[in-house]
Design a protein around this ligand. Sequence first.
Ligand code: G3P
Length: 227
Amino acid sequence: MQLVIDSANIESINKLIEFFPIDGVTTNPSIIVNEQKPFFPLLKEIRSLIGEERELFVQVIAKNAKEMVEEARFICEALSGNVLVKVPVTMEGLKAIKLLKVEGIRTLATTIYTPMNAYLAAKAGAEYVAPYVNRIDNLTGDGVKVVSEIIEIFKRHHLSCKVLAASFKNVQQIHNISLAGAHGITAAPELIEALVEHPSIKENVEKFRKDWFDEYGKESLLLNSSK
Ligand code: G3P
């Protein structure tokens, strides 16, 4: 299951790629605006920070298919490496996904709220769909159920599109999505960090270190360490 950072914050991305097994970075217009920086240098900085191998997802702004395609071409020409263009699943978006597929430009269909949104995007040629789990929950829907049904529909109809679930507000949602069999999740930095947090871990580690120190008088396993 892919683990992707949903952020355009340089400090957070830098920290997470150092400590966590990160596969890529997703952005959207609001996430970029939050950083209050010129958007293009920011995207280039993220690109160079995460390396060519990790996937970078950048969303189009245009409303009609023709302009979405032009923006997608611009994004792919200007940013090297593994770049995917995020396209919202409007009718114009579906048309753009079909056109971009023909051009060999990889897409992620975003703003997915229903299994049928996902089915259409997959059939149009999107490489990923991003169902908005928490936003669905907030609308008194069931984000996990929507994701499970998308996965089932893709399996039954042999659609090779991957599910990169997005929009999370807590660890339990990510846990449930993982069990449902999503191909990946994209989450805010603080939520990715929360995946490793458990009070017992710190307590256990401290006890191991204390036992060791009490017996050997050192805080290291290395024979020549002065610690
Ligand atoms: O890219 C989609 C995702 O960022 C939406 O997440 O937390 O704004 O609902 P959120």
